[in-house]
Design a protein around this ligand. Structure first.
Ligand SMILES: *[C@@H]1O[C@H](CO)[C@@H](O)[C@H](O)[C@H]1NC(C)=O
Ligand SMILES: *[C@@H]1O[C@H](CO)[C@@H](O)[C@H](O)[C@H]1NC(C)=O
Length: 239
């Protein structure tokens, strides 16, 4: 009698402590560790910059640049007239290559005050919009490129020159592939031979990691470009 009672008691104690420790382990894994960005995709050719202790500090740092009054003033004045014609030429060229059309529904990711959106609209791609952490109506709506505020299959064309700002490049690309329509085109301007600014979250050394990240797309072209410190244009078409 004693023995048969004791066994289940020991077993019960064991099970209780086992499940308690499992619970703490689970809490540790799922509540604590997401605060620490997991730099899982760091490779030789794509390195996530260290020093971001949480997603919040990362967003704060990005906002610090985006909200900088001096920079915003420059972006909307001298930069405005200097950059729009250059963006317009890039986009005209993509039209010539049949990667962009007047009827394309277009998104510019990380567009800040929307110079590239203005360029698209001026060359006749009227259904275009930008997205950034800070909105700039009417050209730019609020959105995080790690979690785009759009339904799947929304856009025919997406452009970005802020890949270096992505803390999670796999999410940056995953969101592009999610919100592009089938056969939709994504064009990125990236820096391979120069290091981007101090607000960058990653450094890219070749296009290889990008091609690997675009799992549901085919590579259309890679070519040199002179895009405000960015030296390479990479175009993909979603399958
Ligand atoms: C953002 O800027 C403010 C004021 O300039 C500064 O106090 C803060 O530490 C900055 N945050 C980050 C994450 O750089
Ligand atoms: C596209 O729009 C531009 C600007 O409105 C116009 O000049 C051009 O002819 C249009 N292209 C086509 C193919 O309709």
């Amino acid at each position: 009698m004693n023995i048969t009672l004791q066994k289940p008691l020991i077993l019960r104690c064991f099970l209780i402590s086992f499940f308690l420790s499992l619970t703490f382990f689970y809490l540790f894994l799922h509540l604590l560790s997401p605060q620490q960005p997991r730099h899982s995709i760091t490779t030789k050719d794509l390195r996530i910059r260290p020093g971001y202790t949480s997603y919040d500090t990362y967003i704060q740092r990005q906002l610090n640049k985006t909200l900088n009054p001096k920079l915003r003033k420059i972006w909307t004045t001298c930069d405005w007239n200097r950059k729009i014609p250059v963006f317009a030429r890039f986009f005209e060229d993509l039209k010539d290559k049949n990667l962009l059309h007047n009827a394309s529904k277009a998104l510019c990711i990380g567009a800040r005050v929307g110079q590239e959106v203005e360029a698209l609209r001026r060359i006749g791609v009227t259904d275009s919009v930008g997205m950034d952490l800070v909105p700039y109506p009417p050209l730019v709506v609020k959105g995080d490129f790690h979690n785009q505020p759009f339904r799947g299959g929304t856009f025919d064309f997406e452009f970005s020159n802020v890949f270096d700002h992505a803390l999670y490049p796999e999410r940056f690309v995953g969101e592009i592939e999610r919100t592009l329509k089938p056969n939709g085109v994504c064009v990125l301007h990236v820096a391979l031979s120069t290091r981007a600014d101090k607000y960058s979250a990653n450094d890219l050394y070749t296009v290889k990691p990008l091609v690997a990240l675009f799992k549901n797309s085919v590579l259309v072209h890679v070519r040199p470009v002179d895009g405000f410190g960015l030296d390479t244009e990479v175009a993909f078409r979603k399958k």
